[in-house]
Design a protein around this ligand. Structure first.
Ligand code: PLP
Length: 384
């Protein structure tokens, strides 16, 4: 059976070049980068090189990057640092459509007595900029707004948002886990203070991430221990994974321009093909301003999980816009914030492509998908 992986916003395949770069560090090159002898020296050089590759991709200084174990750790660290370094400020601004790696951190700090503003989005998932401007106060310690949304792919106006925060002297963090490697990010011109990224979304393995902290921004670590990462992230470095992330950054740097066009073309073929062949379907998100690889489509009067199951039987991997909360399927917080009508929100599917998606993959999905929806609609109790 054919196998088509269209869940690249969940995780990506490790690129063969990444795996090849990592392997020696599971073998002979096993030294600790902090050691004074040559075993250490060899691997310390590799960590430096990886940091430089990532810095080149983001247009920042290598010393502004801290390697972490995940995007989630980077997000948590950014909050911890911002709040610990400004204990007098007690207000945080974020959006209603953040990933749980930010939303659940916000809820934690809310329970700790912080005052939170969760910004609204409109029906296309665009931020309410007027509400944002009004939300910034002298008490605001941190703004944290994602670069691009993982479910619908919307790209947020980080340039304007970070400039407005900067004008008021407020720290600005962005969760760029879905944006890095997919769209250009130039930190020379973007006044963000901290930025989170994750390796497994850009063809490096799971369990490696990084946090960018602009030079001059005070940093407080929540890990106590050794002096690794210039004292900002204790714990012996995960050398093979850092090397893998460095190689993934290099590949993104080299191929991003071409991939942006090629992947978007395939995504658009897939999306328009599905809309043409299946009645009562709609795209969610801001199609003028979204990631090149992401499409989120709702099919009226069908259950997203059922679509996924039938697609899986055909070898097609996608993801749904529902989350299982207290035993029942609820549309995701993102689709709810956007006000997607209930009978559509329940039948939402996210298709996320990668550099490895082919035209054949798209043709196969376009051939099989309409039958899946028809089957489910024929047995659906919801009719109108
Ligand atoms: N932020 C966003 C927007 C994500 O999509 C994800 C992963 O899905 C994360 C954070 C968490 O990253 P990690 O899986 O590396 O912890």
């Amino acid at each position: 059976m054919k196998s088509v992986y269209l869940d690249n916003n969940a995780t990506t395949a490790v690129a063969p070049e990444v795996l090849a770069a990592m392997l020696p560090y599971f073998g002979d090159l096993y030294g600790n980068p902090s050691s004074m002898h040559s075993f250490g020296g060899q691997v310390a050089g590799a960590v430096d090189e990886a940091r430089e590759s990532l810095a080149e991709l983001l247009h920042c200084e290598p010393e502004e990057l801290i390697f972490t174990a995940s995007g989630t750790e980077s997000d948590n660290s950014a909050f911890w640092s911002a709040l610990q370094s400004q204990p007098e400020k007690r207000h945080i601004v974020t959006s209603k459509v953040e990933h749980p790696a930010v939303l659940n951190v916000c809820q934690f700090w809310e329970r700790e007595g912080y005052h939170l503003t969760y910004l609204d989005v409109d029906h296309l998932g665009r931020l309410d900029m007027e509400q944002y401007k009004k939300s910034l106060t002298p008490d605001t310690a941190l703004v944290s707004i994602m670069f691009a949304n993982n479910e619908v792919g919307n790209i947020f106006p980080i340039q304007t948002l970070s400039e407005l925060a900067r004008e008021k002297g407020i720290l600005f963090h962005t969760d760029a886990v879905q944006a890095v490697g997919k769209i250009p990010i130039d930190l020379r011109h973007l006044p963000v203070d901290m930025l989170s990224l994750s390796g497994h979304k850009i063809n490096a393995p799971k369990g490696i991430g990084a946090l960018y902290v602009r030079k001059g921004v005070r940093f407080r670590s929540f890990l106590r221990g050794g002096h690794q990462e210039l004292g900002r992230r204790a714990g012996t470095e995960n050398v093979p994974y850092i090397v893998g992330l460095g190689m993934a950054a290099k590949l993104s740097q080299e191929f991003m321009q071409k991939e942006r066009v090629d992947v978007a073309l395939l995504r658009d073929q897939l999306e328009s093909g599905l809309l043409e062949s299946i009645p009562d379907a709609r795209v969610n998100g801001d199609i003028e301003n979204r990631l090149p690889n992401t499409s989120n489509i709702s099919f009226k009067n069908v259950e997203g999980e059922a679509i996924l199951l039938l697609l899986d039987r055909l070898g097609i991997a996608a993801s749904s816009g529902s989350a299982c909360t207290s035993g029942s399927l609820e549309p995701s917080h993102v689709l709810r914030a956007m006000g997607v009508p209930f009978n559509y929100a329940h039948g939402s599917i996210r298709l996320s492509l990668s550099r490895y998606t082919t035209e054949d993959d798209v043709k196969y999905v376009l051939k099989e998908f309409p039958g899946v929806i028809k089957t489910l609609r024929d047995i659906s109790p919801f009719k109108d």
